[in-house]
Write a protein that binds this ligand. Structure first.
Ligand code: 5GP
Ligand code: ZN
Length: 142
């Protein structure tokens, strides 16, 4: 537990949360400032700042919980779709530094936008630049 982490305090029961799923590793609860009805956060109970610091088995539990909850959340609020995403790191908009996946139910004409609208200007990358990025990412995993 990280003492000054809001989500660790929710896990510990020190701050109330509207829990929708819990097991030994994972907690899911309603977002206190929802972007839509049913906006749900899925977190590991242990404090890991972002996906990069999260052990693979724990990340797998978070993902499988997201997989279980997405249809339940959509059905509960009668949503035909959802945006499922992580703000992974401060520059990407992560405000709470305890890794969490968002399930944001989406509705017809909700005025929301797709992930493709995250940036204003897309980079104009050449085929060579794309090739270089491809091989760099492959090399990073070696
Ligand atoms: P982030 O920007 O870090 O990806 O998202 C953090 C989310 O946590 C926001 O959607 C925000 O509304 C939610 N949040 C922040 N503080 C609390 C809290 O104390 N309780 C709950 N349930 N959600 C919170
Ligand atoms: Zn934490």
């Amino acid at each position: 537990m990280s003492e000054d982490c809001i989500f660790c305090q929710i896990v510990a029961g020190d701050i109330p949360g509207r829990t929708v799923y819990e097991d030994d590793t994972v907690l899911a609860f309603l977002d206190a400032n929802p972007l839509s009805p049913g906006h749900t956060l899925v977190i590991p109970k242990d404090h890991h700042e972002r996906l990069n610091n999260t052990p693979a088995d724990v990340a797998g539990e978070v993902l499988s919980t997201l997989h279980e909850l997405v249809p339940a959340v959509e059905s509960a609020v009668d949503a035909p779709a959802s945006t499922v995403a992580f703000n992974n790191g401060e520059v990407a908009g992560q405000e709470v530094p305890h890794v969490h996946g968002h399930i944001i139910p989406r509705f017809e004409d909700d005025g929301g936008r797709p992930i493709h609208a995250l940036v204003n200007d897309r980079p104009d990358l050449s085929e060579d630049e794309l090739d270089a990025i491809e091989s760099d990412i492959v090399a990073e995993q070696a």
